[in-house]
Design a protein around this ligand. Sequence first.
Ligand code: PMP
Length: 405
Amino acid sequence: MTDAMTERGTAAEAGGAWADPLERLRAAARAREAAGLRRVLLPRDGGHGGLIDLASNDYLGLCRDPRLAAGAEAAVREYGTGSTGSRLVTGTTELHAELDRRLAALTGTAAGLVFSSGYLANLGAIATLGGRDVLVVSDRTNHASIVDACRLSRSRVVITPHRDVAAVERALAERDERHALVVTDAVFSVDGDVAPLAALHQAARAHGALLVVDEAHALGVVGDGGRGAAHAAGIAGEPDVVLTLTLSKSLASQGGAVLGAPEVIETLVDASRAFIFDTGLNPAAAGAALAALDVLETEPDLPERARDRARRIAASAARLGLETTPDPAAAVVPVFLGAPEDALHARDLCRKNGLKVGCFRPPSVPDGRSCLRLTARATLDEAELTVLRGALEVIARSTGRSLHT
Ligand code: PMP
């Protein structure tokens, strides 16, 4: 008999000393309720219930575009409703191979590999390129999928202050590990600001590290033709730069990819568990993403239109004395409110005034930084922007901030 069995027997004999396993969860839920941190799933109709959508990541407004629907439909008719297996077995169709190539061509990288989500692309890239003899240096506000990837990598991880290149350099210089990765969001998913990519690349190169850049919020929005932040910073094609991205935001589909030097992509094909043991991307999603890339090519002004809407939303918020990211480089515009209850109240005011917005509270953001997350869309029109300004005015009044109109 093992010690554990002895103990279990003793506890049971002592009159059921084991705790109710669900009571632990109920107690934690009550604590979250009291802190304003409960979350509810709200199914939506085909639109957004008559509200103006400022919550989704459909930055280019392509999600209902008939060209993407036709791409998805053609893919289903040709390849079926599922990819039928992992990419190494039956899950790579001609569409997947074309998407690998076209994402690399768009971002200016040598090679690409499509994963079934952006989350898995980060897990695949960082867990595979990391390891016990690799230091990983990660920005404090990186996306949760990067945080999880760092944990999975078994690397020692140094978390650096937000956008702090000197801290990154220090961590790289002081390491004992032979190898290193520097990992950053290109556009940070809540604050909407951009990483200092050129300086990070210089630091990484000076210390023999790879730089991994998550282009999730930059692809399709930042840079000429939406080619992303690494391309805009002039580092995309460098052999020591690895990009990850999602197909689910500006490309209005689903899936993810890793892009970089052929050696990086070959390593992932051979060794990434998130790649090897996952079913390949659904053909419909690959077809829609390819159609979105066609649209980006034929309408190269779409990214600038999304950026323009973001700048105007941020300017309206700033004029009303609301705390925001003053000069957003992509489509994400936060409005910081502080306490979770204040953010929830502001979200309700938005809803009453015709807007659907994101509301971010801990653990998605640090304590005291609860906020609304407004996302600009290339297709937002003047009437919608006027409604938005009206809602921001109501919020500014309700928070007692002075109006500078
Ligand atoms: N990286 C960032 C910065 C993200 O914001 C997200 C999605 N919210 C992901 C990765 C994950 O992408 P996906 O939703 O395709 O899994």
